[in-house]
Design a protein around this ligand. Structure first.
Ligand code: EPZ
Length: 416
């Protein structure tokens, strides 16, 4: 298994281009199933997860071509409404094919996604939503079978504004008969772009970006073209690295998707300057401790919680980071403590005592964002850090060690 080796303490400077958003492209790839021709998606990041979704679409019967960030998906020959365990166990987002396959075929068989590094991740909101639309749900040896002769629009209200459940129900409702209202819907930019893509295909969705999304069912959808929005989580990851290690400029960012993060970074002492679609971070010479409560969009994203904890581990004082989206997403803490951080976890909060410096060590990735936190830790630590199991980071960051070394970090990949 590959590992990433970092010699810490080098300052950063220069420009980095942010890739297209993983969490936008995955549901949009699933939505292409609903079209009857070839959809074209540009600014697609080359990630393990996008390649896994391509493999899944090919198993279902789509014909995919992917090069230089351009992905074409021809869904004319889709004929196998099944998402096998081997793929779903490696990527929860495989579950996104359930809505479109149910809408297109009236029957779908998808493996239940397992848990993940930080605990169970249920899909009850998805299944209840499909039942509201008229589907019969059967659980059979680890697979979920959903059947519906014809889906009928319904009013669906989520207990929590789930990103995945909002996307999945949207992709089923667009071909349902009549009106669907999704209340307490997710407002993340990635779901907004999914709605835009579905409307480009001929769907009739309104209330986009609000908590109440309205879908008027249509007869059929055509393929469409779209350019993926910048990845706000990759951008936030690099901004945090810049706050710690030097002035860097991010290109291809949408500042409106990062407002809560930019405000919190300014509280730590950094300055952030916007010009067009780039952001420059000017770090201060000390990091003020800043508490965080993660929240759904437009709050501070849970996907930047681990990276923020890494930064606070060397802040000038103590801080508390509470995750209100996942209550057990702290597998990065023991690994950061191996680098000399002083962090205790209590329920869904990390209590951090800032230390003067971290010391390089061998650490282990456990999930995409924990890996990013360990890379940040290694970049600021004195000495050498070895991050193992980097296949996790390759799921969600495109060429991360190349991007960091291009702005001055001493970082390279050792293929085992
Ligand atoms: C999406 O996951 C993202 N993944 C996650 O990013 C992100 O952390 C998460 O949204 C929250 O923003 C993709 O978009 C591919 P949820 P998702 O449904 O849709 C509970 C990354 O690092 N819940 O919004 O799975 C759930 O347990 C990944 O890029 C239910 O209880 O997240 C959690 O506590 C990690 N029942 C909360 O809702 C359900 O049926 C939010 O989950 C569904 C969710």
């Amino acid at each position: 298994m590959d590992k990433i080796i970092i010699e810490g303490g080098n300052s950063l400077s220069g420009k980095v281009t942010i890739s297209g958003a993983k969490n936008a492209v995955l549901p949009i790839m699933a939505a292409s199933i609903l079209g009857n021709g070839e959809s074209i998606i540009t600014r697609v990041p080359d990630l393990r997860d996008t390649r896994t979704m391509i493999r899944l679409l090919e198993i279902i019967g789509s014909v995919c071509r992917f090069s230089d960030g351009k992905l074409t998906i021809d869904s004319a020959s889709v004929d196998n409404p099944e998402a096998p365990y081997e793929l779903v166990k490696t990527m929860r987002a495989s579950f996104y094919v359930m809505g479109p396959l149910l809408a297109k075929f009236g029957e779908v068989r998808v493996s239940l996604p397992g848990g993940c590094a930080w605990g169970p991740r249920p899909v009850d909101f998805h299944l209840r939503g499909f039942e509201k639309l008229g589907a019969e749900i059967i659980l059979e040896s680890g697979y979920i079978i959903a059947k519906a002769n014809n889906l009928k629009g319904a009013e669906i209200s989520f207990d929590f504004p789930s990103v995945g459940a909002t996307g999945n129900i949207l992709m089923a409702a667009v071909l349902a008969e009549g009106k669907t209202i999704i209340r307490n819907a997710a407002k993340e930019p990635e779901i907004v772009q999914l709605c835009e893509f579905l409307n480009l295909m001929g769907a009739d969705i309104s209330g986009i970006g609000s908590s109440n999304i309205i879908v008027e069912g249509v007869e059929s959808l055509e393929s469409a073209k779209i350019d993926i929005i910048p990845d706000r989580i990759e951008a936030g990851t690099f901004l945090i690295a810049g706050a710690l290690l030097g002035e860097i400029t991010l290109e291809n960012v949408n500042k409106n998707h990062l407002l809560s993060v930019v405000l919190k970074l300014k509280d730590t002492g950094s300055e952030i300057v916007e010009s067009g679609n780039s952001l420059t971070i000017l770090p201060s010479d000390i990091i003020n401790p800043v508490d965080i409560q993660t929240a759904v969009y437009p709050g501070f994203p849970t996907d930047l919680q681990a990276q923020w904890v890494a930064m606070m581990s060397i802040a000038k004082g103590s801080s508390v980071i509470t995750d209100n989206v996942y209550n057990d997403r702290f597998s990065h803490i023991p690994e950061l403590n191996r680098l000399g951080a002083k962090i205790k976890v209590d329920h869904n909060s990390a209590w951090i005592k800032g230390v003067v410096s971290l010391k390089g060590a061998q650490v282990m990735s456990t999930d995409i964002r924990a890996s990013a936190a360990l890379i940040i830790g290694g970049l600021v630590a004195d000495g050498i850090t070895e991050v193992q199991r980097v296949y996790h980071i390759d799921r969600g960051y495109e060429k991360i060690e190349e991007k960091f070394s291009a702005i001055g970090a001493k970082i390279y990949r050792e293929s085992a």
